[in-house]
Design a protein around this ligand. Structure first.
Ligand code: IMO
Ligand code: MG
Length: 425
């Protein structure tokens, strides 16, 4: 395939970084299209580990162009720092392009994110406090600042006007106003550095497509955090489902040839909100410690649960994926019986969909199918045939239920710990 989309099918942290980094080796272009530095994509190779938040996973390949698409909200100071870290590690970042249509996630957005959360008290979303919600709010209310304007000579004036208004809001919410002079000095420094990276990206992508270049679209977060289809309001503020790749990059719907869903072998979520298959017993602790399930961005312990097929079928319907990547499969070894949720029980009735109502979702109880586990260490398996039969039964059941094929299975954190079943890109 010439163009594929890699998408998180659960609540984020499914292992997208590993898969996109793997595919990015064959990509001429990698595009991030939504979210910002709320994402935390871990990439491990050659014994090294990197945490990317804003920059696409193709940055490590010299010849791959990495686009930060128009659908993103980008904190210029954070992206500057991320680039400095990469440059120090020997990756020069000359292959990074920022869309001039992307929105600028500014210091007042971050401040407002924290203050709004504080105001919500026990109803807080549990955001990453990176300013994502307030920045997208400004975008939708036509009050945002885009990178085209950020690098323009008028930016100090525009910023000053915006800051005046935002400072009033900040004070209303009990915060301290942000100082214009210190902020603008810092911004001027990063503008100078970032300016050569800011470009019109829609025509760039179109040209690349016509030249038959290989394009990889890298999703952030996950389908259940989608602003439309997730567990609203406990979601992020962008479309993490496949539609977001179109609007967030400017590629036409007919130009994406395949979608690979990243599916963790169990379920996790960070932040608040309903989680039907959540576990509170020692299995959740074992998984958390074994897989180091702590947030890359906020370091919060992730909530853990069994795989939820009701949620995944919903995700499959919304995204339309036919291929999958099964992640962190090795973590299930030695756990004893493994459960998979196949339906929900809601007020005595069996349902096979995710309710829109948050109240109803909180009342849903999982109905499980139990699988016999395995004790073998599968992390050294190189082919599908080497997996124990019990592991294969688990894989094939999910494939059948979702009508997909797992093209790769991850059995360890490093790139080499991967069973490739089909080369699709
Ligand atoms: P990656 O790309 C997991 C969650 C936050 C919070 C909610 C809203 O690494 O999979 P936000 O700061 O976006 O307004 O927070 O969304 N969240 C993520 N959870 N993985 C992520 O990204 C996330 N990005 C945001 O924890 O519940
Ligand atoms: Mg993450």
């Amino acid at each position: 395939m010439k163009s594929i989309l890699v998408i998180g099918s659960q609540w984020g942290d499914e292992g997208k970084g590993k898969v996109t980094n793997l595919y990015s080796k064959n990509a001429d272009i990698v595009v991030r299209y939504q979210g910002g530095n709320n994402a935390g994509h871990t990439v491990k190779f050659d014994g090294k580990e990197f945490h990317l938040q804003t920059i696409p996973s193709g940055v490590f390949n010299k010849n791959t162009i990495n686009i930060l698409g128009n659908g993103m909200v980008i904190n210029p100071i954070a992206v500057y720092k991320e680039m400095q870290t990469l440059i120090e590690a020997g990756f020069d970042c000359s292959n990074v392009i920022i869309s001039s249509r992307a929105h600028v996630d500014l210091n007042y957005h971050l401040e407002l994110d924290g203050l709004k959360e504080r105001k919500l008290k026990e109803k807080q979303i549990g955001t990453t406090k990176k300013g994502i919600g307030p920045c997208y709010t400004d975008k939708i209310s036509r009050d945002g600042i885009r990178f085209a304007d950020f690098i323009d000579e008028d930016f100090p004036k525009i910023y000053k006007e915006h800051l005046k208004e935002k400072n009033e809001l900040i004070e209303e919410l009990g915060g301290n106003p942000i100082d214009y002079e210190t902020s603008i000095e810092e911004y001027k420094k990063v503008i100078e550095f970032l300016k050569p990276h800011v470009k019109e990206t829609v025509s760039f992508l179109a040209k690349a497509r016509k030249e038959n270049k290989k394009i990889l679209f890298e999703g952030a977060q996950g389908s259940m955090l989608d602003i439309d289809f997730g567990t609203y309001p406990y979601v992020t503020s962008s479309n993490c489902t496949s539609g977001g790749a179109l609007t967030g990059s400017g590629i036409g719907i007919g130009y994406i040839e395949g979608i690979v869903a990243i599916i963790k072998a169990y379920t996790t979520r960070v932040g608040e909100g309903p989680f039907v298959t959540e576990l509170f017993d020692e299995i959740s602790t074992t998984i958390r410690e074994k897989a180091h399930e702590y947030g890359v961005v906020t370091h919060r312990p992730r909530r853990i649960g069994w795989l939820d097929l009701v949620q995944l079928r919903f995700s499959q319907n919304v995204n339309g994926f036919k291929h999958g990547a099964l992640m962190l499969f090795d973590i299930l070894s030695g756990l004893g019986d493994i459960k998979v949720c196949t339906a929900y029980e809601l007020d005595g009735k069996i349902i096979d969909y995710v309710p829109a109502s948050l109240k109803e979702t909180y009342r849903c109880k999982p109905i499980y199918k139990t699988f016999k586990g395995w004790n073998e260490d599968i992390s050294k398996c190189k082919t599908y045939d080497e997996l124990p039969q019990e592991a294969k039964d688990y894989v094939e059941f999910i494939e059948k239920e979702l009508g997909i094929k797992f093209v790769l299975i991850s059995v360890g954190p490093d790139q080499k710990d991967t069973i490739i079943r089909e080369d699709i890109f």
